[in-house]
Design a protein around this ligand. Structure first.
Ligand SMILES: Nc1ncnc2c1ncn2[C@@H]1O[C@H](COP(=O)(O)OP(=O)(O)OP(=O)(O)O)[C@@H](O)[C@H]1O
Length: 626
């Protein structure tokens, strides 16, 4: 697959570990991330940051008041003739200042708690909203991407990582805001320390560097492990789903696949666990050693301050203030430095989200796109079209040339893998040809407005989707804007003979179908197909394509479906794909595809009259019925 964005090439060959530079490079996403948060709710963002700013200054103020309290107590204790009772103390007015200081400390403690709770509440609300907003954007963006992308395993890994990032709790947000708060607190403590003993700060920082580097290293390792293992994790999800889901239960039971699936899951999960355990143990061991270095720094500083107090440079209040500041500062700096590295690690995950958003579809409308012709005047013309699926060595179709005239019903016949579905994908621009071109009314299909092109085509694929929605909605997906037009849905059901199916449902069109949700009623294969074919009538497009959605219908039902389809599609351009000759023969013209090329073309009568694959296959099928 072509490398269309910067990140995609890197994803193709995941590096064993990302370099420090690369990791911190991911921090470049922070402004974009902040913009995302801001756009989600300017009010909550402002409120969170403002309250955190206020809260950031509380520790230093509280510690300083603590110092004043101790100094005040020391002075009072040393006074001669102190009162004996609390009453006498209060009456003397000597402890007024102390009382005020204590009251202020108390008020601060309450305020800290209240502020903390409000901030946590706001962060919680904001992160839920950011998470919802990213999930929505993810869905919106995914809708613009090419089918080719979805069929690519590497893309699925990326989508999975982006999805986890979007739907998981937005830890990065709380972390980022928390760090802003901590930085303000650190600066305030730093300012206090500089006043007393500037080089203590240097000591502190130097002592913390090893722990920080350790954290950074292990975060990088964790991310790499996650990155390399995305595919395995998807496989785990897949195995879990396959082993226990409504879609697979039938076959898993009959074939007795539980043991096989569980064993495979166990092996994969054990391997993942072993890898992450190794890393976690190494991380814990190294973390212990490196943090000890920070602790040595702290106690050196403590001893120094104690000595300065003994020699009379600092008061006892200063000692508690400095020791307290130092302890807090150490904790804060440690948190900040390792937080920086965690933030960088988180930013790598956000990188996945943003690089997913940066993916651009290859198939899109050109500038100054042509409007889709209404009506189509001449029709479609394939000129030496070739197409190779991304990464495939074989051509799925090659040197494909034919015309599909406006108003014509064309049938495609060919053995499995002949290229029939591929032809339909090219016609609907789910893929563009690798060589040659497809013309519509003499102009390249790529010149037309893409949305209008798709809007004018109705395709029912053989692997159509069985939506776990109600029966009416299952038909309405053919033209979802018209989902409230009940008569239109009923008419579409009548045309595809799905009305019989609907009549049997307890709640008719409002009946939930499929087994995934409560009260869902399961339909038979053929019943599902009738519902799906109704989508084509619901769509009422200029070009209608039925790509073998009739295989589960009995021969009579398929015959009737196609007969009606032909009658009701009068004036429309249509393609029918079927392996049943009884259906195929009613087309205006038949194309026989073999190995991605048109081998023969003509009416049913013309084709059976000459020796070749068509006559041969027809004879084979007819013999089966004799
Ligand atoms: N998404 C894909 N990626 C890679 N190769 C594909 C993909 N889809 C189809 N092919 C290959 O392209 C060739 C043509 O497939 P296509 O689905 O067009 O055949 P078909 O004529 O519709 O077959 P059938 O009658 O079985 O539905 C096959 O060899 C198939 O292996």
């Amino acid at each position: 697959m072509a490398d269309r964005t910067t990140g995609r090439g890197a994803a193709a060959a995941p590096p064993p570990a990302r370099s420090l530079k690369e990791r911190f490079g991911a921090l470049r996403n922070l402004p974009a991330f902040f913009a995302l948060v801001w756009r989600t709710s300017p009010f909550l963002t402002t409120a969170s940051l403002t309250l955190r700013l206020v809260r950031a200054l509380v520790p230093i103020v509280s510690l300083y008041i603590g110092k004043l309290i101790i100094d005040e107590v020391v002075v009072l204790v040393q006074r001669p003739d102190n009162p004996d009772t609390l009453r006498a103390w209060l009456d003397s007015g000597l402890i007024d200042r102390l009382v005020w200081l204590l009251a202020a400390e108390f008020a601060l403690a309450i305020a800290t708690d209240v502020l903390g709770r409000i901030v946590a509440l706001i962060d919680n609300l904001l992160s839920q909203r950011v998470s919802n907003a990213s999930s929505l954007r993810l869905m919106e963006h995914a809708a613009t991407l090419d089918l080719e992308d979805f069929e690519d395993a590497e893309f699925q890994d990326r989508l999975e990582r982006a999805r986890r990032q979007a739907s998981g709790r937005m830890t990065l947000m709380g972390q980022l805001f928390g760090q802003v708060q901590d930085i303000v607190t650190v600066v305030s403590f730093g300012a206090g320390l500089i006043f007393y003993a500037p080089w203590l700060i240097v000591l502190l920082v130097v002592a913390l560097v090893p722990a920080f580097l350790g954290e950074a290293y292990f975060n990088a390792q964790s991310y790499s492990l996650d990155f390399v293992r995305t595919q395995e994790r998807r496989e785990l999800d897949y195995l879990r789903l396959t082993a226990a889901s409504v879609e697979t239960a039938k076959e898993v039971k009959i074939f007795g696949l539980h043991g096989f699936l569980i064993e495979r899951y166990r092996r994969l999960a054990d391997a993942l666990y072993a890898a992450s355990r190794r890393l976690a143990v190494r991380r814990a061991a190294w973390g212990g050693v490196l943090t000890a270095i920070g602790t040595i720094g702290y106690y050196l500083a403590y001893a120094y301050i104690a000595w300065r107090t003994l020699s009379g440079d600092f008061s006892v209040g200063d000692l508690t203030f400095l020791a307290g500041s130092f302890l807090r500062l150490r904790g804060l700096l440690e948190g900040l430095l390792s937080g920086l590295s965690t933030t960088a690690a988180q930013a790598l995950y956000v990188d996945d989200l943003f690089s997913f958003f940066a993916l651009r579809p290859k198939i899109r409308s050109p500038e100054g796109a042509l409007p889709f012709p209404e009506p189509i005047r001449h029709g479609f013309s394939f000129e030496d079209v070739g197409f190779r699926y991304p990464g495939a060595r074989r051509w799925a179709v090659r040197h494909l040339s034919f015309t599909l005239k406006a108003g014509e019903v064309l049938a495609l016949v060919g053995e499995n893998g002949a290229g029939k579905t591929t032809l339909v994908k090219l016609l609907t621009r789910l893929y563009d040809p690798s060589e040659g071109r497809i013309l519509l009314d003499g102009r390249d299909l790529r010149d037309y407005d893409l949305a209008a092109l798709r809007g004018n085509m109705g395709v029912i694929f053989q692997d159509f989707v069985r939506y776990n929605l109600n029966a009416g909605e299952n038909i309405a997906v053919g033209r979802i804007e018209a989902r409230h037009e009940r008569p239109r849905i009923e008419e579409a059901a009548r045309r595809s003979r799905a009305d019989d199916v609907i009549a049997k449902l307890p709640a008719g069109l409002d009946q939930m179908v499929g087994k995934r949700f409560r009260n869902g009623v399961e339909l038979s294969g053929g019943e599902w197909q009738k519902v799906a074919i109704a989508r084509a009538y619901m769509r009422d497009a200029q070009v209608l394509i039925l790509d073998e959605p009739t295989a589960a219908l009995d021969a009579r039902a398929e015959f009737e479906v196609f007969q009606r389809f032909k009658e009701l599609s009068a004036g429309k351009t249509a393609i029918l794909i079927s392996h049943r000759f009884s259906s195929v023969r009613m087309a205006d013209r038949i194309l026989v595809l073999a190995d991605g090329k048109v081998e023969a073309a003509g009416t049913h009568e013309e084709l059976i009259a000459r020796p070749g694959r068509y006559a041969e296959l027809f004879e084979l099928q007819a013999a089966g019925y004799r």
